[in-house]
Design a protein around this ligand. Structure first.
Ligand code: PLP
Length: 360
């Protein structure tokens, strides 16, 4: 039989890519992926079991998911001017948005540093990626972004609000100015909106080229894989053409809908996480050698004396965080950790204390 070497057929740019890094976390306090640490209450898990029991998984899912969209519209206060598109996580929506515009000359722009999937999906779609850096304090400079847009004419500008991995919310007036000057779609990625209490959802009527994208992942349903984006029908109509027709499965649709009927449960968990976030921030401010950046999300970015040593020290003590050192010049010596349960956070603080003490 003829043997075929993957390098003969796989694109060189794909071969040069690194797969999205997922760390091995068994037995660790897992604070690396911005998951909600709380499980659903037993009564709700039982209701979900009932829903799953009745699910017709012999059938394809409804590609329009009208019931689920109706629930999302109500719970998430989607304005009447806009339609929704659903994705297998917002990761899929990012890819769909890019695929609707991508060509060899198309520029996709994002604020840097930011969520890596904007770049990964751009590279896969063979478009050009341009990152516009934030200021040293992680704020957005409107003039700089506007100048970059004038130079590169991006078909899409992605702004994560709050931003990941920096955790801050950009000034909303700065974002408004940027939207006003954008030559293409502006996608506000609100993966962390519940922890920030700020949103551009209600501003959709003001900006016809605005897309507000969200996910249920950080809210507590990372395993379910459901993202959604709201925009004017004329945009959604086109984006829908690059969507796989059955991209959101029967179980995801049913379970998400059931949980949305009880969305208070998730919001209460989010409030608990926000309270823990400030407790952690206070505790970290008193530790010497650490700078904790202000966060509006469910994670905190820190600058430490030596990212590799602190990362390893935490890991040896059973706590898994993410090192961002080397990912961008502004992330020098930075680590990011997710806010966990009270017990997990205490373990984190203890591990930090011991690790820093060992550094001397
Ligand atoms: C985690 C994250 C996402 C991806 O969310 P999924 O819905 O789980 O795919 C998108 N954007 C940002 C900024 C994120 O941090």
């Amino acid at each position: 039989m003829m043997s075929v070497d993957p390098t003969q057929v796989i694109r060189a740019d794909i071969r040069a890519m690194m797969a999205y890094p997922v760390q091995h976390a068994e037995g660790m306090v897992k604070l690396d992926a911005m998951e909600n640490p709380h499980r659903l209450p037993q009564w709700l898990r039982e209701e979900i079991a009932g829903v799953i029991q009745g699910a017709e998984i012999n059938r394809y899912p409804d590609p329009d998911a009208p019931e689920l969209k109706k629930s999302l519209r109500e719970v998430m206060k989607v304005p009447d001017c806009c339609d929704l598109i659903l994705g297998n996580g917002s990761d899929e929506i990012i890819a769909m948005l890019i695929n609707t515009v991508a060509g060899p000359e198309t520029v996709i722009m994002a604020i840097a540093p930011t969520f890596v999937m904007f770049k990964i999906s751009t590279v896969i779609a063979r478009a050009k990626y341009v990152g516009v850096s934030v200021e040293e304090d992680f704020s957005l400079n409107a003039d700089q972004v506007i100048a970059a847009m004038q130079e590169h004419r991006p078909a899409i500008l992605f702004i994560a609000y709050p931003n990941n991995p920096t955790g801050n919310l950009f000034d909303e007036h700065v974002i408004q100015r940027i939207i006003g000057h954008a030559p293409g779609m502006v996608v506000i990625d609100e993966a962390y909106h519940v922890f920030a209490g700020r949103s551009f959802m209600s501003r959709l009527p003001d900006f016809p080229h605005l897309v507000v994208m969200r996910t249920l992942s950080k809210l507590g349903l990372a395993g379910l894989r459901l993202g959604y984006a709201a925009a004017r029908p004329e945009w959604i109509h086109e984006i829908d053409k690059v969507r796989g027709p059955y991209n959101v499965g029967v179980l995801t649709q049913l379970v998400a809908q059931k949980i949305l009927d009880h969305h208070r449960v998730l919001e209460e968990q989010a409030q608990e996480i926000v309270a823990e976030r400030s407790r952690l921030e206070d505790a970290l401010h008193s530790m010497r050698g650490i700078k904790a950046f202000p966060s509006s999300a469910n994670f905190v970015l820190l600058r430490v004396p030596d990212a590799q040593k602190v990362y390893t020290g935490l890991k040896e003590r059973g706590v898994l965080v993410r090192s961002l050192h080397g990912a961008h010049p502004l992330l020098d010596r930075c680590l990011r950790f997710t806010v966990g349960t009270r017990e997990e956070n205490d373990l984190l603080l203890e591990a930090f204390g011991k690790t820093l003490a060992a550094l001397g």
